[in-house]
Write a protein that binds this ligand. Sequence first.
Ligand SMILES: NC(=O)C1=CN([C@@H]2O[C@H](COP(=O)(O)OP(=O)(O)OC[C@H]3O[C@@H](n4cnc5c(N)ncnc54)[C@H](O)[C@@H]3O)[C@@H](O)[C@H]2O)C=CC1
Ligand SMILES: O=P(O)(O)OC[C@H]1O[C@](O)(CO)[C@@H](O)[C@@H]1O
Length: 384
Amino acid sequence: MKALHFGAGNIGRGFIGLLLSQSGYEVIFSDVNKTVVTELQQRGEYTVTLASAAREQLHVTGVTAIDGTDANTVTSAVAEVDLITTAVGVNILKHIAAGIASGIEKRIANGAGRLHIIACENAIGGSTQLKELVYALLDDTTKAKASEVIAFPDAAVDRIVPLQHHEDPLAVMVEPFYEWVVDASAMFEGYRPVKGVHYVQNLLPYIERKLFTVNTGHCAAAYLGGLKGYETIQQAMADEEIVSAVKATLKETGAVLVARYDFDKTEHDQYIDKIIGRFRNDQLTDEVTRVGRSPIRKLSPNDRLVKPAMQAHELGMSPVQLAKVMAAALCFDHADDPESAELQQSIRDKGVGQTIADYTSIPEGHPVYNLVLESYGSIADQRK
Ligand SMILES: NC(=O)C1=CN([C@@H]2O[C@H](COP(=O)(O)OP(=O)(O)OC[C@H]3O[C@@H](n4cnc5c(N)ncnc54)[C@H](O)[C@@H]3O)[C@@H](O)[C@H]2O)C=CC1
Ligand SMILES: O=P(O)(O)OC[C@H]1O[C@](O)(CO)[C@@H](O)[C@@H]1O
């Protein structure tokens, strides 16, 4: 059994590739990083280290790689494999869609079997987004045939894998915890389960619980920590003022999640505590710039800040803390991050009010908009 995984980066090697390999798949990574591709081709294996005191090492074998810039090779790989997964970043899905589309055309021409394509990105409906990008490139006849043999189940993936700084370009250190949840309702009957994956009939509560707790909390630590000059999440989470603010943020998203999905409040509070413990893992060093990266994506209407804030508002709550984190995100100023640079330029050119409206899609004058603007003003006053 062969799996093609797009993105041999931190999550690709440290999580998805690892589980696929442990499930007996021969894993073919597709990546545009030539060093990583060549190393995977030459060595066929790599090591994952668990970031705990014991530093357990897991050896991933039976892997190889293809050059993601070589369209013909990508097409052939898509045509021959039994499973496709991705962890490239949700904004990169558009760049892999063409290879998947031409591979699907080839599969259909060859009469190949059914295929699941699972996007493992931090987003609601990542596989559905990929499907739309791929289908936009297919003609109507191929789309009709593809809908019978190709499925795009959405997924939620959770494992903290910081930027890696090892001599070995394939080595990767990951936190011990992981959760990979897949929407089984969108899969073909008789699918081959991947060991360690939790298949559920209704993914939305899982993806929202994960995105609006792990990812909201993590970016809160990054943006609020960044305001205080911290460089790592571990430094930020050693500051009790930041910990209290992160907890207060997760109390807001928690209230929304409990109300929307009828989660048990005590269990949800325990989930929050566990996640705060994961952020504090001092066996890892996780940079504020990584966790806060791409602030435009993180401030977009369907993502970890705006969506729960608007849901809170609809439920009659005032998301004061989420608004503070959004304001801190607007202050995330790192020239190396293209989205941060764009946001700062927008604030300089159009002012913060217009920037909030443009990037969050929260209309000017909306109560949540006003909260963000006020918080931004308070931060600006404190910085004077
Ligand atoms: N790092 C983490 O802790 C977690 C990350 N995620 C999600 O996983 C995804 C990947 O994140 P990371 O692994 O951290 O990023 P990363 O930057 O380490 O890995 C992304 C990989 O995709 C490759 N890539 C870029 N364009 C490509 C293309 N056209 N074809 C093939 N490969 C291409 C890059 O070269 C890189 O190796 C993101 O959506 C992220 O939100 C989800 C959960 C945890
Ligand atoms: O990968 P993104 O969406 O930029 O955000 C980083 C997030 O990914 C994670 O690494 C895992 O979900 C979190 O640490 C962090 O919240």
